[in-house]
Write a protein that binds this ligand. Structure first.
Ligand code: ATP
Ligand code: MG
Length: 450
């Protein structure tokens, strides 16, 4: 497709990407912008990044750019670094002929462990995932090359995997997640043949290295389409292999509290992303794993005879560790996630003058946000507690003092989380301590009025 037959102009391409393209081209190599950059520009979406592909090998690229690092094992790539901006430059991939272990390797399920066979552009196109990702913008004449009907599919809004879908998913099961992500991001439909094997092959995701999965999960849930991605993942059975502990609860009670919580997290994450507010994996994982944590704590308490309070602390380690087997959550997020969990226990015990102290905790805001979500999905006592805190947090300084002083908590209650749920928030009107709190008593408003 020559320059005058498409809409992409150089003005839309980042200066750094252009520099890389031109330098490669002037040095006698072929150089194309490829993948998401081309696809998004044609769709009128601002690309997240610009990827370049060339016939120069990583070593040849390194010689051309002082600011170049060669990275990756599974795929060797060159990163050209411009301050915080990195342009990824790949070398055309070729077919895997007679296998040489050093350059290409697959496991028993057909997953490619190494893919460093170099080739020509048409081979490279066949190794890409979707036809709409096999679009190449040629810097030498500003034309676009489309392979496997990429341009037609782009116009029709069709996501079609290149080649035999089952083979391609076995080579790299992450492509199933990419199908979901592109479908929601680009508002496209997954073509029938491409969609057909997903449900059955979904369990292959368990074998993906947890570090890679962490990155994929960020792309799925932190880009403004979390709820849509969650729903489509559920449809294709892709959620359970990533979050087995959450999935177990969803299976027990598909419309229950856990489901409401997952939906609430996804919605609120989307809202924050769309408002350009920061989102953090610590909050996301703390909230997502909150009910699995409660469940695990109860199980431990029953099995070991520990109080629920103590079992809760044991469960925190267990639940996080188990999640990290599929998705390796960096410690800088898993540690604060545990703080967010612990603070949930303190909310009930700190309604009163202790509330000021709790507010100073660095994770207070995130923990408070989780409390609000829990209040939304659980109602009952949690909603009451959430309402008390909301009133306290939203008040000005002087009002806060009054609210704290009228706080209904006695300081040493609720060491045990079971008791916390069963005991009433305050003594009965006649001063006697009630033994059980009616579940539906007190709307948030009633609580606020107390
Ligand atoms: P975005 O950057 O918006 O997530 P993208 O399509 O650019 O989308 P990248 O992960 O940046 O996705 O990959 C760049 C290109 O590399 C893709 O467009 C595709 O052609 C190819 N590619 C990426 N991952 C795979 C994969 N798992 N299998 C085959 N090809 C892939
Ligand atoms: Mg990209």
């Amino acid at each position: 497709m020559p320059r005058d037959a498409h809409t992409i102009s150089r003005k839309q391409i980042s200066e750094n990407a252009l520099k890389v393209l031109y330098r490669l081209n002037k040095s006698g190599f072929k150089a194309y912008l490829v993948g998401g950059g081309v696809r998004d520009l044609l769709l009128g979406i601002e690309p997240k990044d610009f990827d370049v592909v060339t016939n120069a090998t990583p070593e040849e690229i390194k010689k051309l750019f002082r600011n170049c690092r060669v990275v990756g094992r599974r795929f060797r790539l060159a990163h050209i670094v411009f301050g915080r901006d990195v342009i990824e430059v790949a070398t055309f991939r070729g077919h895997h002929g007679e296998s040489n272990e050093k350059v290409s390797k697959a496991n028993a399920e057909g997953r490619l462990l190494r893919d460093n066979v170099y080739g020509e552009i048409d081979e490279d196109a066949e190794r890409r995932d979707f036809t709409v990702n096999a679009l190449y913008y040629d810097i030498s004449d500003y034309s676009i090359r489309s392979y496997g009907g990429g341009m037609t599919d782009l116009k029709a809004g069709t996501l079609r995997l290149i080649g035999d879908p089952e083979t391609r998913y076995r080579e790299d099961p992450v492509r199933m997640l990419r199908a979901v992500r592109f479908a929601t991001k680009l508002n496209m439909g997954i073509e029938t043949v491409t969609a057909a094997p997903i449900k059955q092959l979904a369990p292959l995701l368990k074998d993906i290295p947890a570090a890679r999965m962490y990155e994929e999960v960020l792309k799925l849930f932190f880009a403004g389409k979390a709820l849509a991605n969650f729903e489509l993942m559920q449809e294709y059975k892709l959620f359970a292999p990533l979050f087995p502990q959450v999935a177990a609860l969803l299976k027990d009670d598909p419309k229950g509290t856990t489901m409401k919580m997952v939906q609430a997290i996804m919605k609120s994450t989307d809202q924050r992303v769309n408002e350009d507010k920061p989102v953090t994996p610590s909050f996301f994982y703390a909230a997502l794993l909150w009910y699995p944590l409660r469940q695990r704590a109860e199980d431990i308490a029953v099995e070991s005879g520990l109080t629920l309070y103590d079992a809760f602390f044991a469960a925190m380690g267990d639940v996080m560790e188990q999640q990290c087997q599929t998705i390796s959550i960096p410690r800088r997020f898993s540690t604060p996630a545990k703080d967010i969990w612990q603070l949930q226990l303190r909310f009930d015990r700190s309604q009163g003058t202790r509330a000021f102290k709790l507010m100073e905790h660095p994770k207070f805001r995130a923990a408070y946000d989780l409390l609000l979500l829990r209040g939304e999905v659980e109602a009952g006592n949690v909603a009451k507690s959430a309402a008390w805190w909301q009133q306290f947090v939203e008040a000005d300084e002087t009002e806060r003092l009054a609210i704290a002083r009228s706080g209904t908590k006695s300081p040493n209650r609720n060491r045990n989380a079971t008791q916390r749920r069963r005991r009433p928030r305050a003594p009965n009107a006649d001063g006697s301590a009630a033994t059980s709190a009616p579940k539906t008593s007190g709307t948030p408003k009633a609580k606020a009025a107390e």
